[in-house]
Structures are given as C-alpha cells and as structure tokens.
Design a protein around this ligand. Structure first.
Ligand SMILES: Nc1ncnc2c1ncn2[C@@H]1O[C@H](COP(=O)(O)OP(=O)(O)OP(=O)(O)O)[C@@H](O)[C@H]1O
Length: 307
C-alpha cells in the first residue's frame, strides 16, 4: 500500500468531562475515498479539526503527508466545514481566488481554476454575483469550489451533501470521484448512508469517539448475517450454516418458499453449494444483503441516522 496521506494514531480529545475522541486510529491512502460515519456527537468534526490543526489533540499522533499537522500544509489540503458560510459582499469568483491565494496560488491560476469549477457547477453566469445574493445551495457550491481550487492532495468534506438538492448531490459525487481519480485522498463525513454506499472504498464507523468498525463495504456487510428467499423441495432449516428458516405460504407441487437467515459470517454461496452437492432441489434463490443503513443502526445505534 502507498504511503498514507493521512495517518491518525491513538488520537484522544477531551473537552472537560467529555471524551470527544477516544483512542482513534486510521489511515487514508492516495486515491482512497474514506467515509467517516457516526451519529451526532460521535467526534467526526473534532477529528477533522485536529487534522487541520484548528484544535490540538489531548494525546495521540496525526501525520498529514508525512508530518505533524501544521497550517503550512494548507496548500495541500481542501476542507469544507460543516457550518457553511462565506462573506457576503464578495463575488463568487473573488471568493474562490481569495481562498486560492491563501493556499499559495497566484491570482491568475486561482482565477482560471475557479472559473473552471464554476462552469462545472453550472454557476459560470453567476461568477460575478455577490455570495449574499445567492441561494443557500449555490453559495454552498461556491464554498465547495474554495475547497477544490488548489487541487488538494487531502480533501476533507464535513457533511458535504447536506443542503444540496439531488442534482447538486450528484455533482458533488462527481467531484469526489474526480479528486480520487487524480490521486487525492478524500474523507467525507455523512449521516446519509446511500452516499457512503455509492462512493466509499473504505469507511469508519464512530460511536462516542471510539471506532466501531473500519474496513471496506464488503467487510462491513459481513458484520451482519445474510438472509435469503428460496424455493425448495427440501427442508432448508436443516442445512448447515442456516440460523433459522421460516416457511412462507403453503407448498405448491412440493415446492415450499422459505425465508432463511444465515449464521453470522456464512456466505450464501456456500449454502447454495451444499444444496447442489447434497441434492437439495432449489428453484429460486434471492440473497438479501444488509444495507449500510441496517449495519449503521446495528453497530452505532439508531441515533443520527438518516434514510
Ligand atoms: N469546543 C468544544 N467544547 C466542548 N465540547 C465540544 C467542543 N467541540 C465538540 N465538543 C463535544 O465533543 C463531542 C463530539 O462532537 P463533534 O462535533 O466532533 O461530533 P460530530 O460527530 O461531528 O457530530 P455531528 O454529526 O452532530 O456534527 C460532542 O459531545 C460535543 O459536544
């Protein structure tokens, strides 16, 4: 695996009596899209702020592009904060150029890159509009552009999808994929599981500052047992790997429909193979995987999850 863009080891942040981040470790590689998931108050924003050196950890280590967090790394980082807001009184393009300059870009390249982003965001005709005169979603896209203007190697987006309509959510998804394709490490936090399901290579589930899970979507899916609907002439409850099997309706010509729950960690394919090698007649076989939403509720608790 290539050298991580971000590495966090045993990170702890305490605010008085509140342990906001509790012994957190993870790393994100170039090109990876990393979902940072957790309910309200799980410690997502606090972690991102420590990576940005806005607040200091109580203990633990953070390494951004091989060194400790430092504002001088700003040139390599793009950040979209959870609380949105840009200065009104400034035009969209001037705002983007201003952020580009803060990140060490020259005015001409910040401007041309800013215009390119506004084109992609369907806002080119509003480049000279005052941010204060824009709709909330439009201003949010300008703010997204400020986080992308410097083509960051580490892109961190805190709840980026909230407040965007479905078209603009799609546009944001494209930007995340684009950043990953050019080799940036992308971290985004969300409560909306479909975005994580569609985009993430890996994800981390946080609960009360502690990691509940880190891995790929496939790995997280294996945390919950699979279930399936099958039509068979045999007794599916008797198969190895089957936790429970319930008959649905009455059999027709000897064929019974079943709702089958597998034991944790058992692959549906291995049960299917057992049926074929042991002559258990099957006619229909539909696997049902737990959705990320189900897994989130199971591992993190229901709080703060949106459909
Ligand atoms: N500056 C602060 N002072 C005191 N407590 C804080 C501060 N910032 C965060 N906390 C506490 O740390 C915990 C984690 O908060 P954080 O904002 O990191 O959660 P989050 O996962 O981003 O939640 P959300 O999804 O609701 O934005 C919460 O209990 C919060 O009250």
């Amino acid at each position: 695996m290539s050298t991580p863009v971000l590495e966090v080891r045993n990170l702890v942040k305490r605010f008085g009596d509140v342990l906001a981040v509790d012994g957190l470790s993870f790393s994100v590689a170039p090109g990876e899209i990393f979902g940072f998931l957790g309910g309200n108050g799980a410690g997502k924003t606090t972690t991102l702020r420590m990576v940005l050196d806005i607040i200091r950890p109580t203990s633990g280590e953070i390494s951004v592009l091989g060194s400790a967090p430092d504002r001088r790394q700003a040139a390599a980082i793009g950040f979209l904060p959870e609380e949105r807001g840009l200065y009104s009184g400034m035009s969209a393009i001037d705002t983007i150029v201003y952020f580009g300059r803060l990140k060490g870009m020259d005015t001409a390249s910040a401007r041309s890159r800013g215009m390119e982003l506004l084109e992609r965001f369907d806002l080119a005709d509003r480049a000279k509009s005052d941010i204060g005169d824009m709709s909330k979603g439009m201003a949010q896209k300008v703010q997204l552009a400020t986080s992308l203007v410097n083509q960051p190697q580490l892109l961190m987006l805190d709840e980026p999808f909230s407040g965007l309509d479905p078209v603009n959510q799609g546009l944001l998804e494209n930007e995340i994929l684009r950043a990953s394709q050019r080799g940036a490490a992308v971290i985004f936090s969300t409560h909306v599981m479909q975005h994580a399901e569609r985009l993430c290579n890996r994800l981390l589930l946080l609960r009360k500052g502690r990691k509940r899970f880190e891995g790929t979507l496939e790995e997280v899916r294996r945390k919950l047992p699979a279930s399936l609907i099958a039509n068979s002439r045999g007794d599916l409850a008797a198969l190895p790997g089957v936790a429970s099997a319930e008959r649905l309706g009455t059999p027709q010509d000897g064929w019974q429909e079943w709702q089958v729950e597998l034991d944790q960690g058992v692959e549906a394919a291995s049960v299917l193979e057992h049926c074929s090698t042991h002559g258990v007649a099957l006619r229909r076989w539909d696997e049902r995987h737990a959705s990320l939403h189900d897994i989130f509720v199971e591992l993190v608790g229901g709080e703060g999850v949106e459909e």
